[in-house]
Design a protein around this ligand. Sequence first.
Ligand SMILES: *Cc1c(COP(=O)(O)O)cnc(C)c1O
Length: 402
Amino acid sequence: MAEQDMQQCIDRAERVLYKIYNRFPVVFDHGQGVYLYDTNGREYLDFGAGIAVMGLGYGCEELNRAMKEQIDKLCHTSNLFYTVPAVEAGEKLLEASGMDKVFFTNSGTEAVEGALKVAKRYAYNKGLAPDYEIIAMEHSFHGRSLGALSVTGNDHYQEPFAPLIPGIRFARFNDLDSVKAVWSEKTCAVLMETIQGEGGIYPATEEFLNGVRRLCDDHDALLLLDEIQCGMGRSGSMFAWQQYGVKPDVMMVAKALGNGIPIGAFLASGKAASAMAPGDHGTTYGGNPFACAAASKVLDLFSSRKIVEHVQKVGAYLWDKLEEFTAAHPCVQAHRGRGLIQGLEFADPVGPLVECALLEEKLVLISAGTKVIRFVPPLVIDPADVDEMIRRLERCVADSSR
Ligand SMILES: *Cc1c(COP(=O)(O)O)cnc(C)c1O
């Protein structure tokens, strides 16, 4: 495809697609491994993974084969019936997490919606007055539906859509006293990301997560952990909370679970799972055999390819390289994260840097908020990819400081 055709595609897109995103002027055509290719055949090193989705990278043959086989068998039946892929994907998720029950959704947002309903139903069953409260965190991100938006601590996202669901109190992440300050006898659950993603890559501290767990235990409230971005091996354990010695009552996954096929899930402990009864929730597509065949194969490949161990090694390598980068560049103010979810906070907005990386250096980077570059590459990157990313990033930073 010629350059002109790429522009033509962009013009057509702008005519038909709802103007909700400001997109970069690149039309991607295919991917392989950790590389994306535009319609002109130019190659891009991808450190964004479609927003932490493509854990196994692009063009994963074994996964594609499993999906093609399922397409030829059966894609959908509705949840009025049983299918084998849903059972298999469910068993593997429970095995990986130690949770007791799983409900499949089509997205992360829907997983959050489900978790909120579990929390509400749990409180309702206890006979709490209907004005019970859920504590969520400032600078969190849980999705864009009205329920998920209600617990997303970002005024800019919330304000135009107010009033949202009532009874949400916000506390400061990693500040246990601020949680205690908004706690009341109406509190029925606390919701947080184990590592805040969109908010700028902030891992929960040991003290905070353990402290919140204790508060929930003391008051029979549910701890809901959003692992949609930091889960699925990205933090260096299958789920980030597994590094803390705590366990949630409900957890949410999505993003890397389907390696690009839309699927999410909320998983509950027996206690939380018993809160909902048949008829309390539902979905037409959620858990369909096609999406579940994908998730099931993704979970197999995580085991057979030892993805978690790989993330620990290459994540440590990325950490060292970004530490060196931070030391060498005064424009970088902080470096945070774990495994392959790391962030660099810059003194200035990173928009121009992200654009330079993409257009000049053919390096896909994504931001988190205005001043943080977030590094959430495919989990299958190797140290040579990290070195190449750093070289390209160096050139952009040199350019922008000229
Ligand atoms: C992306 C994300 C969501 C929303 O997931 P969608 O699949 O976009 O609906 C929720 N929580 C976190 C932490 C996320 O990163």
